[in-house]
Design a protein around this ligand. Structure first.
Ligand code: FES
Length: 103
């Protein structure tokens, strides 16, 4: 829906195969190997977590694995930086609320 399919300068993009994953109980599609955050953006998901103190929404900020604004729960693992974690088939991705320790 929000995905760029062809760029006037870069032309078309090489992608992995189309796979299904789950986000907060909803089945979505993305391309294997692309960052989880990219797959979420392509599906219209902008909020990845909520802050501990004021419950403010956070999404992608730096997109290079430095700021931790994009952390989510991925396959039960908390605090996963989704901007640098590749998407795989069947991943279960959840919004993170506050700072969580590993389950
Ligand atoms: S957006 Fe900054 S670490 Fe992912």
């Amino acid at each position: 829906m929000y995905r760029i399919k062809e760029h006037p300068i870069l032309k078309s993009f090489q992608k992995g195969r189309l796979v299904k994953f789950e986000f907060d109980g909803n089945v979505m599609e993305g391309f294997e190997g692309e960052p989880i955050s990219v797959a979420l953006k392509a599906n219209g998901v902008m909020v990845h977590r909520y802050t501990k103190k004021h419950s403010q929404p956070r999404g992608v900020f730096c997109s290079i694995g430095r700021c931790t604004d994009c952390v989510m729960i991925v396959d039960g693992q908390t605090n996963v930086r989704t901007c640098i974690t590749p998407l795989a088939e069947g991943m279960k991705i959840e919004t993170q609320y506050g700072v969580l320790n590993k389950r």
